[in-house]
Design a protein around this ligand. Structure first.
Ligand SMILES: O=P(O)(O)OC[C@H]1O[C@H](OP(=O)(O)OP(=O)(O)O)[C@H](O)[C@@H]1O
Ligand SMILES: O=c1cc[nH]c(=O)[nH]1
Ligand SMILES: [Mg+2]
Length: 209
């Protein structure tokens, strides 16, 4: 079973508290989502492999560490996942970016696929799937299934808020995928929204409601 890591960093907890508030407006919400994504990215890259490389400093020759593992790709689940991309790129600027378009049918809560465009060599990359919300798990399970069907093997999932129902469903569907979660909330309500949550992340990032 892969790892499920719940963030305990005070900066992350403080910033999540701020975006939960109804009175946090679109600009602040979007900026803070990006900052949280950077902080979660820092935790989710903790185990990347390093190798020793000999270099010359102005003073002497020495050995330094360099990232040696696979190249990386960031794959946001549209729309809300887009809000995490810039924050991820702050730390891994050379990553390529794929897009998976899914929306959750409001009645059935099932994910509906509408777009998929990935880097050509995505299967050889370490893939970071990002979406602020993990509710029933339907969207992230489907997105990761789409990646696996295209040959991706090294996949991590990063979200800001998760419901226990979604975490369980993801662990069952994709037991090989590490999950990095900003906050594990209490439950889903009857409409499939996370409680206490923050409402509809996509609408709050893009100001569509
Ligand atoms: O775990 P689930 O039950 O599938 O719910 C989570 C999904 O719901 C939201 O997307 P939404 O369908 O609102 O699309 P949007 O990002 O375009 O607003 C969210 O960003 C996730 O993708
Ligand atoms: O609480 C929720 C659940 C799904 N999608 C969201 O944006 N928020
Ligand atoms: Mg939405």
């Amino acid at each position: 079973m892969a790892r499920t890591v719940i963030m305990d960093h005070p900066l992350i907890q403080h910033k999540i508290g701020y975006i939960r508030r109804t009175d946090t407006g679109t600009k602040s919400f979007r900026e803070t989502i990006s900052e949280i994504a950077t902080l979660i990215c820092y935790e989710a890259t903790r185990d990347l492999q390093l190798s020793d490389v000999k270099i010359q400093t102005p003073i002497c020759e020495t050995t330094v560490k360099e990232l040696k593992g696979k190249k990386m790709a960031i794959v946001p689940i549209l729309r809300a996942g887009l809000g995490m991309v810039d924050g991820m790129l702050t730390l891994i600027p050379a990553a390529k970016i794929g897009h998976i378009g899914l929306y959750r049918d409001p009645k059935t809560l099932k994910p509906v696929e509408y777009y998929c465009k990935l880097p050509a060599d995505c299967a050889e990359r370490e893939v970071f799937v990002v979406d602020p919300m993990l509710a029933t798990g339907g969207s992230s399970i489907a997105a990761i299934q789409m990646l696996k069907e295209r040959g991706c093997k090294n996949i991590r999932f990063l979200c800001i808020i998760a419901a226990p129902e979604g975490v369980k469903a993801m662990q069952e569907a994709h037991p090989d995928v590490d999950m990095y979660i900003g906050s594990l909330d209490e439950k889903l309500n009857d409409h499939g929204y996370i409680v206490p949550g923050l409402g509809d992340a996509g609408d709050r990032i893009f100001g569509t409601k």
